[in-house]
Design a protein around this ligand. Structure first.
Ligand SMILES: [Zn+2]
Length: 222
């Protein structure tokens, strides 16, 4: 893949401001099997930086392709299939251990971040509520659900407090209360909800996966 083949402007969704707009490519870097002295198979990592003309923030996209990812086209020709991911800003959760419903709710909330602050806060609040239900909360109100899950030792005090912020701001957004909400509030609550997702789902799954690796090693060395 040569640089000349790449388009210099592409329509990309900006997860900072929410606009889907043509963005100019302002930087790129790639590396792959061609850069190694020896490699058994062909692969390429490509990084592209795009600048948003609306909010001026940047998006970093990774494209990975290799010879095993062959994608057949209708005209019998085949190409490398590539896998594209937005590395920055964080707009998705890369984990199969997060229940699909929760992952979808969180990603939907992030998509509205720059479009409507109130909708975003309500969607973040909803993500929290789904997680608490998934953890077995049965109480009616969100405040009680937080207490219930925390009382069972599933949420440490810090995350319990973070949950209450999400509740307060989510309620404010839903009921049009007199509390000035700015983008710092949105960024903070989105970050806190992410911490809770990591604490409840991602960290335990990573630790148990590593435990298996370590167990395997100690068996080998016996
Ligand atoms: Zn933007």
């Amino acid at each position: 893949m040569k640089n000349a083949d790449l388009k210099e402007e592409e329509i990309i969704k900006c997860f900072h401001c929410g606009n889907e707009t043509p963005m100019k490519k302002v930087g790129e870097y790639s590396w792959g099997s061609r850069d190694l002295d020896y490699s058994e198979f062909d692969f390429l990592f490509q990084y592209e930086l795009f600048a948003c003309p609306v909010c001026h923030k940047v998006t970093l996209r990774q494209t990975y392709s290799d010879e095993s990812m062959i994608n057949y086209h209708t005209n019998d020709q085949f190409n490398f299939y590539d896998e594209q991911n937005i590395l920055f800003p964080l707009s998705s959760i890369e984990s199969n251990f997060v229940p699909q419903k929760i992952k979808a709710a969180y990603e939907a909330a992030l998509k509205t971040k720059g479009i409507d602050k109130n909708i975003c806060l309500m969607a973040l609040r909803r993500t929290l509520e789904l997680m608490l239900k998934d953890q077995g909360a049965t109480k009616w109100g969100l405040k009680d659900k937080i207490e219930e899950v925390a009382a069972r030792g599933l949420l440490p005090d810090t995350l319990k407090e973070a949950s209450s912020f999400a509740k307060v701001l989510g309620d404010t957004a839903a009921h049009d209360k007199e509390l000035e909400i700015d983008s710092y509030d949105i960024e903070s609550i989105a970050e806190f909800i992410r911490y809770i997702i990591e604490y409840l789902y991602i960290i335990p799954s990573k630790i148990s996966a590593y435990k298996k690796v370590l167990d395997g090693k100690s068996h080998e060395s016996e």
